[in-house]
Design a binder for this molecule. Structure first.
Ligand code: ASP
Length: 328
């Protein structure tokens, strides 16, 4: 065999060995289970949304999509875990409005809260409700405000830590009624709800994805929904404006992220699976029972999600700086 033929033969033999390796790495994604980190405790509203989405995504992706709860520090522990994970598409984050507030509230984070993630798509925007333990001595928002103003720091207000949606909503409530309550932080509003039902804490603001069933079953008392219109799953509940707190509006957007540097083909594959999940009939029906709806297909894309997230960071920065309240 001539040298040249030997070289050609060697190249021909090596090529298929190399190429399928490369092609497989891309084409075969995903070839093992994917983990979605929820940065709050199990049983809470972010957890509920994530599990519903994960189940349908797993069918579309042909691999288990498992949910792991990494709660604490207002969601920053879970976010950090994902920011520092390998950008291989197997560790994702489903977080909420905290992705918009955290960069301003926390001035010392060990991950990049502004640029440390690839966006996959928005998921849903969920209204919040103002609720209390069921024997709290108030029967409408005006009465609740009166009791909170009288009892002040004797009242325990549960939340999921600084930067959590319940924290933001609680701050808005305290500033709207000019009263300082005692804040009790949890790793998520799932366990906070257990304590509210048990009567250990008094008041909470939380997403309808955690409160609808408890309100409808009478396990807690509800006073208002924090959107400009009433919620179809809680038609008898007035808006905060109707009940006497005009301008009191907060809703909680959620999005799916991968670590920075994840291959665009993988991000797009995940985005397609998310879009499929958000159109699935049973998921849409379950979201509706929980007082919410999936975002449109256009919003469940990496580009729309990135724009929304960055605009939210820019929206919260001056508000948080003006309030001068930081987590550290
Ligand atoms: N609802 C929580 C919050 O206040 C978080 C959760 O447990 O999902 O941000």
């Amino acid at each position: 065999m001539t040298r040249r033929r030997a070289l050609l033969l060697a190249t021909a033999l090596a090529a298929p060995a190399l190429l399928p390796g490369l092609a497989q790495a891309q084409a075969a994604y995903p070839n093992r289970p994917i983990t979605i980190i929820v940065p709050f405790a199990a049983g809470g509203p972010t957890d509920v949304v994530t599990r519903l989405v994960a189940e349908v995504m797993s069918r579309d992706l042909g691999q288990p999509v498992v949910v792991e709860n990494v709660g604490g520090a207002g969601g920053t522990l879970g976010a950090q875990r994902v920011a520092q994970a390998r950008p291989d598409g197997y560790t994702l984050l489903l977080h909420h409005i905290g992705m918009g507030t955290t960069p301003s509230l926390y001035r010392r984070l060990s991950y990049d809260a502004v640029n440390g993630f690839e966006t996959i798509g928005l998921v849903t925007e969920v209204p919040m409700t103002i609720i209390t333990k069921k024997d709290f001595p108030a029967n409408n928002l005006a009465e609740l405000v009166k009791v909170l103003r009288e009892r002040k720091a004797e009242v325990n207000l549960a939340n999921a830590g600084v930067g959590a949606a319940s924290h933001i909503c609680g701050l808005l409530l305290q500033s709207a009624i000019q009263t300082q309550l005692t804040t009790v932080p949890y790793r998520g509003t799932g366990p906070a709800m257990t304590d509210l039902i048990g009567g250990t804490v008094d008041v909470m603001c939380d997403q309808t994805t955690n409160t609808t069933q408890q309100i409808n079953s009478g396990s807690v008392k509800a006073f208002a929904v924090t959107t400009s219109t009433r919620n179809a799953a809680l038609p008898n509940l007035p808006t905060a404006a109707e009940a006497g707190l005009p301008g009191f509006e907060v809703s909680v957007w959620h999005g799916l992220y991968a670590p920075k540097g994840t291959d665009a083909a993988i991000v797009n594959r995940l985005s397609r699976a998310l879009q499929v999940a958000l159109r699935e009939d049973r998921l849409v029906a379950r979201f509706a029972e929980l007082g919410t709806a999936p975002v449109s297909q256009e919003m469940a894309t990496p580009e729309a999600h990135r724009r929304y997230w960055q605009a939210d960071i820019a929206k919260w920065r001056p508000i948080i700086q003006a309030a001068g309240q930081y987590a550290d």
